[in-house]
Design a protein around this ligand. Structure first.
Ligand SMILES: NC(=O)c1ccc[n+]([C@@H]2O[C@H](COP(=O)([O-])OP(=O)(O)OC[C@H]3O[C@@H](n4cnc5c(N)ncnc54)[C@H](OP(=O)(O)O)[C@@H]3O)[C@@H](O)[C@H]2O)c1
Length: 311
């Protein structure tokens, strides 16, 4: 089946972070479905690898260099897509990074970096394509959120803050653009194995290195143990997520949000149904925070008599 526009050619889809992970799987699926796909990224090896995939599969898939954190790069990249294929019909704001650290410890520079990619990058791309979508009264913006857009777990606070912000931006945008016939959709995946884990480890290495000496050592440890469990039980693959993104691109009207993975579906419903107290309790159990609190109290009693008795 060929995905077509009113101007009769194939629909143009631009996917940021389309050179790896979830974005790459979506780029390949969209191209196989008949879209003219532009997969955007920064890394030259990955860009070349996408061109190779396109040749092998004989699909309309082109990789372009585009850094969502750079105004000039976004302008050049989108202009290049428009020059080759005309206006963007579907923008998938997928490029994203994660920095893992306790909120007291994360540097403000890293907090900026987290938001620069996951929020300002999305805004740069969206503001660049919207005037043309509005003029044509048509288009779709698909924003890659996460289960972290609904649930903030210790050590993932900065990443979760960026995804919560993305949820709010998308909710506002969805209604602002409704009169113009432009759809805004959120994708909310749970954990799916990609390079993101390794990339996040690199971006967070300074915090991981210092974790043992940190006052939050036990929290980091609880988080890592729980994260290992999540990783070891992950069943979904990037291709599963790609199918949901395609559905979000084609269902008319689309839903406001699509959860991906069983864990995300269950987690999001639980967050909605449980009180803060009850939800905290499940996280405290998962991360061993009650035991940790008891241990810290013990230590305080030993070292600072009287200090840890107040609630
Ligand atoms: N995997 C999961 O478990 C999961 C779960 C929930 C949500 N998500 C979200 O899904 C999205 C994709 O995640 P993923 O797992 O596929 O990550 P990934 O494997 O690390 O891929 C990230 C992609 O983004 C690109 N990218 C990073 N920074 C960029 C920038 N400044 N400009 C342009 N491209 C940039 C990377 O390419 P270059 O490095 O070449 O630029 C790469 O193609 C993210 O928004 C993430 O938050 C992922």
């Amino acid at each position: 089946m060929i995905a077509k526009t009113a101007r009769s050619g194939p629909k143009t889809a631009l996917i940021t972070g389309g050179t790896d992970g979830l974005g790459r799987a979506a780029a390949i699926l969209f191209a196989e479905r008949g879209y003219r796909v532009f997969a955007a990224g920064r890394n030259h090896e990955r860009i070349t690898a996408i061109d190779q995939v396109a040749r092998e599969r004989k699909v309309s898939l082109e990789a372009i260099e585009l850094d969502v954190c750079d105004n000039g790069s976004v302008e050049r990249g989108v202009a290049e897509v428009e020059r080759r294929a005309g206006p963007v019909d579907i923008l998938v704001n997928n490029a994203g990074i994660a920095i893992a650290a306790a909120m007291e410890e994360i540097s403000l520079a890293d907090l900026h970096k987290q938001f620069e990619t996951n929020i300002f990058g999305v805004m740069r791309m969206t503001q660049r394509v919207l005037p043309e979508m509005r003029r044509r009264r048509r288009g779709r913006i698909i924003n890659m959120s996460s289960i972290s857009g609904k649930i903030a777990v210790p050590i993932t606070g900065a990443y979760a803050a960026s995804k919560h912000a993305l949820e709010a931006i998308s909710d506002a945008l969805r209604l602002e653009l409704y009169p113009f016939g432009i759809y805004v959709v959120l994708i909310e995946p749970g954990y799916i194995p990609t390079s993101m884990n390794r990339n996040a480890a690199e971006l967070s290495s300074v915090y991981a290195t210092n974790a043992l000496k940190s006052p939050y050592a036990g929290v980091y440890q609880g988080f890592m143990q729980s994260w290992e469990k999540t990783r070891n039980t992950a069943k979904d693959r990037p291709e599963d997520c790609a199918r949901v993104i395609l559905r979000a691109a084609e269902e008319t009207p689309p839903r406001a949000r699509y959860a991906v993975t069983k864990r995300a579906k269950v987690g999001i419903v639980a967050r909605r149904l449980l009180s803060d107290r009850a939800f905290d309790k499940t996280l405290k159990n998962q991360l061993g925070l009650d035991e940790l609190r008891e241990k810290l109290r013990e230590q305080s009693r030993e070292h600072l008599p009287g200090a840890a008795t107040a609630e």
